[in-house]
Every structure is written in C-alpha cells, then in structure tokens.
Write a protein that binds this ligand. Structure first.
Ligand SMILES: Nc1ncnc2c1ncn2[C@@H]1O[C@H](COP(=O)(O)OP(=O)(O)O)[C@@H](O)[C@H]1O
Ligand SMILES: [Mg+2]
Length: 311
C-alpha cells in the first residue's frame, strides 16, 4: 500500500529525513514512532503529496506521490498534526464543504457525511460550531474529514496529541476500529498506544529508520529483556551470590530499605525465574515481601534506540 525508497528531504541543506526505505502492506496498522524532530511529519507530508522529496521516491497504491499525486491522493486520507478546521462552521457544514472539495459526487455527499459522522461518533455534535467543540471532538472531525472520500489508506499524524486520557482512549478505539477496514500509518510518541494498536512499528530517529518490526520482536531484541524484582530479608546470606547461580539470571543489583534488601534481577529473554527464586528463598529461609516479573515495554526499546538524545 505504501512503498518508500531512499526517501530524503532537506530543508535549506539540512537533512530532515535521510534515505528512508520501508513498506506498509494492505491492512497493516503501522506505528511511526520517534522523538520530536525525528522526521515523522516530514515523511507523512511527502506521502500525502503536500511537498516533494529532495530525492528518492514513494508510492501509494502503486502511484507515485509526486508524479501521480491525484491518483495517489484518491487512495489516502491524511490527518495532519494540527487539524486545520474552520472554527466558524458547524460540523455537518464543514464536512459537506470538505466532501465537495475532495470531489465526492454531489449526490453522494449527504450519505458520505452521514457515514463518517456515524463512524467517528459525531452525531451528537453535528450542529455545533467547530469553535465550541472540545479538542477530542475536533480530532474526530479531522478523522472524519480524512475518511470522506473512502480512502483505503489513512495517514494520521499524532492523532491523540493534546488529548486527555479519556479522549485518548476514545480516539485509540476509533483507530483500532478503522484498522479493520483500512491500512493505517500512525505517528505518535505515546508508546502504550502503539503497543495496543499497531501490527508493526517503525522507529525513526534523527531522520533515519533505526528499527522496523513487530512490537513483540522489538521487545525480544533489546538487551534489557525484562527483569524480576525481589524484596527479601536474607539474614546472614549475601543474596546476590545465591541469586546469580539461578539459571537464566544474568545480573543482580541490590539496594536496601532498612532490613529489607531489594534485588533487581536482569534475566534472559523469555526466562521466568520466579519459581526458582521462590524455591531458593524457601530453602534459605528468606522472608519475602515482593516477587514480581517486570516485562520490557516498548518504552525500553525506544529509550535504548534513541537514548543518545539524553546524553
Ligand atoms: N518547514 C521546515 N523548514 C525547516 N526545517 C524544518 C521544517 N519542518 C521541519 N523541519 C525540521 O526537520 C526535522 C524533522 O521535523 P519533523 O518532520 O516535523 O519531525 P517530527 O514530526 O518527527 O517531530 C526537524 O529537525 C525540524 O526542525
Ligand atoms: Mg511531527
């Protein structure tokens, strides 16, 4: 559905994206992840034919986004980062206007506008002025707009930015639902969102693709594969030495809280060492107040890949 080859964009000589290569297959929900300034918006604007690349090429549904932009655009709905809405229009009025602008045949406008209002949960605000809507509803109007001409592909640039947690959940559910019928490229820096909605993830950093895989595979690849937390009173034992002997344990760091010792164990990917720890604790008569497995999250992957930023 999307094919990007050696895509590069420079602004006044400064590269914003460099030599990007990726593909998004039909029906995929692809997360596009990266810190601010990574190049997400630049890439999406090129895909949506809003500006040409400096070099390289991209196609949408087989059409070159630059040379065949009309055909490419017919296949995609784009929701930009800052949804540009006419705030003095009412919701229905705005969508009617946008449908006409997008070339939806006159006789089909009412039906399409009705459908997208239904899909995006806008019925209850259809007669309200856009200026009077909450940010969450405005995002939905932006999404409805992107859907008007029935594109197979949706390109959504930070659709949940600036929303409160409830609104984020609603928009996320909506996107998940849309994913049943559409191919989606979704940029965000909210990581749990990606874990919950995306089939694959691209991590972009400083204009380059650093990783492209399923969330599960990305989690499997990182060094910090996961860990176990143990809080125990170990008496005269050292604790660390005994724990390190357990197979699957790579490293143990210890801290203390009064008489309690707090052990952070790094474990091999896929290993569950809790049963062995429990057995050890029982044998050595340690008193245990906490034994938990901490799973690596996409946030760990992200930090590991992009941590040069924070140094
Ligand atoms: N219109 C522009 N003119 C000059 N530089 C720009 C412009 N738009 C973006 N940039 C620069 O390009 C880089 C990528 O920006 P952007 O694509 O907006 O990243 P993201 O959406 O991931 O935050 C940044 O360094 C940004 O400062
Ligand atoms: Mg952006």
């Amino acid at each position: 559905m999307i094919k990007v080859e050696n895509l590069t964009k420079r602004y006044a000589g400064q590269p914003a994206i460099q030599d990007l290569n990726f593909e998004v297959g039909k029906g995929e929900i692809m997360g596009f992840l990266g810190p601010n300034g990574a190049g997400k918006t630049t890439t999406m604007r090129i895909l949506a034919s809003f500006m040409p690349p400096t070099s390289g090429r991209a196609t949408v549904a087989g059409f070159d986004v630059f040379a065949q932009s009309l055909q490419a655009r017919a296949h995609l709905g784009y929701m930009p980062e800052n949804v540009p809405l006419y705030s003095d229009m009412r919701v229905t009025e705005y969508l009617d206007y946008r449908a006409a602008l997008k070339g939806v045949p006159h006789r089909r406008v009412a039906e399409r506008v009705g459908d997208v209002k239904e899909l995006c949960g806008l019925k209850e605000v259809e007669n309200k002025l856009i200026a009077a809507l909450s940010k969450g509803y405005r995002q939905r109007v932006g999404l409805a707009d992107a859907l008007l001409h029935e594109p197979d592909l949706l390109i959504l640039d930070e659709p949940t930015i600036g929303l409160d947690p409830n609104q984020i959940r609603q928009v996320r559910d909506l996107i998940k639902n849309l994913g049943k019928q559409h191919t989606i490229l979704l940029s965000t820096h909210i990581l749990p969102e990606v874990e919950m909605t995306c089939s694959r993830v691209i991590i972009i950093h400083k204009g380059r693709i650093e990783a492209c895989d399923t969330p599960e595979n990305l989690l499997g690849k990182i060094r910090q594969a996961g860990g176990v937390l143990l809080e125990a009173k170990v008496g005269a034992d050292n604790g660390v030495e005994e724990l390190k002997k357990i197979s699957g344990v790579r490293d143990v760091i210890v801290d203390s809280d009064g008489d309690w010792k707090i052990f952070s164990l790094r474990v091999e990917s896929g290993a569950d060492v809790r049963e062995e720890i429990f057995r050890l604790a029982t044998t050595r008569q340690w008193r245990v107040r906490e034994l938990t497995q901490r799973r690596a999250t996409l946030e760990d992957v992200f930090v590991e890949i992009t941590h040069s930023d924070s140094i």
